[in-house]
Structure formats: C-alpha cells, structure tokens
Design a binder for this molecule. Structure first.
Ligand SMILES: [Zn+2]
Ligand SMILES: [Zn+2]
Length: 341
C-alpha cells in the first residue's frame, strides 16, 4: 500500500513526510482493517511532523481523522462491525480500560492510551488498522470529505464546548450566553455551528486573514475581530484553538467574572506571565486532552441534528506535505482533507 511516513521531524517547508510502499497490515484480535477514503489534516499532524510533539514511534504514519470502509475483520470481538461498513477512525486508538481514569469515565486521560497517527500508524495511507471498539459507524447523510474533519476537529470542539461550563449557571440553557472562539480553523468553524445551534452568541477572534473572518461571519458570529482585539462585551467563556500562548492574556482579559478559558490544542507556544487580576473573579483556565468515545458519539449525533456543514479543501494523496504547509500558513478555510490515491 502507499503510505506517508515521518522518519525525522522537520519544518514542513523541508517536506518531512516521505511517500513509501508498505505491506498491507493484517488485523489482529479485536482489530479491523480500514481502507482509507479520506483523511482529515489536523494541526496535531503538523505538531508531529515538525517535532513539537515527541516522536512516539519511528517511521510513523500520521493522520487520525479517517473515513473509510471496513475491508477485513480480525479474529475475536470486532464490536459488530460488518465488512463494507463505512466508519470513522479517530485520535484515540485505544485505552486500557483498567486504569483509574478509564474506570471513572475518563478514558481520554488513560495512562496507557494509544493514539492514531502518533503512537500507532494512522490514516495518511491506503489502509490502517483500528480497534473495532474505538471505531465510529458514520451516518449516511454525511459525505466522506465532510465527515472526516468531524473526527478530531469536531469532537475536540465539542469537548471544549462542554468544558466551558456554559449553561451550568443557566439551568443548561445556552440561549444568549457569550462564547469567544480564538483561532478559526477546522475546529473553530465546527464549534461555532454547534454553539449557534444551542443559542449562544459567538465572538470570533482570529488573525487577520480575510478567509477566516469571512467564514466566521458567514457562520453567524455576532462579532469578528483580530486575535488580540477585545470583544465588545465580556465573555461567559472562551475556547482557544490557536496554538498561540501569547493570546492567553488577551483571552483571559476578555472573560467576565466566573468565566472559563478552555485551551483546545495539544501543543501551545509559551504562555506569558499572567497578572492575577485577570484571573481573579473565579475565572478559570483549563486544557482539553483527547476525547472519550462518548464525546465522539454524542458529537456525531448532535452534529447531524444541527446539520453541521464542514467547509472542506481537498488535497490529492500526493500532496500531504503541501497540505500541512497550507495548514501552517493559515491558508485553508475550514478543514483540509487528503483524498485516497
Ligand atoms: Zn486507562
Ligand atoms: Zn487532531
């Protein structure tokens, strides 16, 4: 099979991914073999390729937003999946099920979790292995390319929205709550659609790139401004998808008392010193790490109900390095995906 591998992390301008021919993998117990149709491009792939995340395995195949079909079932339990079934393969490859996090509904924090495209081979390839119990059957309404970005950008946005605690003080109602979104790429353009469907007012702060600001306005943002511009009203919560620690002070200062700032990325540049006055008033900063399968299932159901539309730019399989470069340059409106060869 054709696959992209990362041998030595390097800036994407140096094209660190290499296209190679590899044997098609064989599913083991509890695994399925999935033929990739489309694989979403995530900022995490960029962090892996450039070495901002430590290498977990040599010659890793990146990619963890795979839409494909089950073409082979391994022995033992394969969670009722059928041959030919269309499924999604996401970032959480597996969790051990036995640690104190798994036992308390927090498998996203599992101490022995494996991750697609980081610690096990991912979706920048014609085929990949997945744990059947961690695969998402996909609703028919969603096209392959539209569905792929939901599998990480969408689910992480969903979990970030949950961790905002919005609605907790309003009996679960989101109507009229004020949410800020910092960074408006794949995750931001999906999270805004869920938040708007719930009734929130959304304030989008993003680097002054015409296409991001235009897409935010089109998707119903109440206000769109530059990354460090203060929104016109104090925010009840904010989510930062931009991996830019230097924006944390601005986001914190935009929060109303009691508000939460949720950091949605897996990596972030250094956060400058914070003035305690910005945090005082029971403001909160927290990160989001991975997601549980329950997050994934709930999000896919809500996305279908809310008729979430993914803005997608497709890249041919041969252009994996170029796709990562485009992501790095903020040159993709919405989400980028790689099409199978
Ligand atoms: Zn665990
Ligand atoms: Zn991702």
């Amino acid at each position: 099979m054709q696959a992209w591998i990362l041998t030595h992390p390097a800036p994407v301008s140096q094209q660190p991914l290499r296209r190679v021919e590899l044997p098609r993998p064989q599913p083991g117990p509890g695994q399925v073999l999935v033929r990739m149709r489309v694989c979403g491009i995530c900022r995490t792939d960029l962090h892996v390729a450039e070495g901002e995340l430590p290498q977990r395995r040599p010659d890793i195949i990146p990619g963890h937003q795979v839409v494909g079909e089950v073409v082979e079932l391994g022995p033992e339990d394969t969670a009722g999946l059928r041959l030919g079934q269309r499924v999604g393969v996401a970032w959480l490859h597996s969790a051990d099920g036995g640690c104190r996090f798994c036992r308390t509904g927090r498998e996203n924090l599992c101490e022995r979790a494996e991750f697609t495209g980081w610690s096990v081979p991912g979706g920048y390839a014609e085929f990949l292995l997945a744990r059947a119990a961690f695969v998402y059957p996909l609703p028919d309404e969603l096209g392959d390319a539209q569905a792929a970005p939901l599998l990480c950008a969408g689910i992480i946005g969903y979990r970030s929205l949950r961790l905002c605690g919005l609605g907790d003080a309003q009996g679960g109602r989101w109507a009229g709550v004020r949410l800020g979104i910092y960074g408006f790429g794949a995750a931001g353009h999906l999270a805004i659609q869920i938040a708007r469907a719930r009734g929130a007012e959304v304030y989008v702060c993003t680097r002054d790139h015409v296409r991001h600001q235009a897409l935010a306005a089109e998707l119903g943002a109440a206000w769109v401004g530059n990354a460090t511009a203060p929104p016109p009203v104090p925010l009840d919560a904010a989510i930062m998808f931009a991996p830019a620690g230097e924006l944390v002070p601005a986001a914190l200062r935009a929060l109303d008392r009691g508000g939460a700032l949720v950091l949605g990325g897996i990596h972030m540049s250094l956060i400058p010193p914070l003035n305690y006055d910005w945090l005082y008033g029971e403001r909160l900063i927290r990160s989001v790490a991975n997601n549980t399968r329950a997050d994934g299932r709930e999000f896919l159901a809500e996305a279908a109900r809310a008729r979430v539309r993914t803005r997608v730019r497709e890249f041919p399989f041969t252009e994996a390095n170029q796709a990562l470069q485009a992501l790095k340059d903020d040159a993709i409106a919405g989400a980028g995906v790689l099409r199978a060869p």
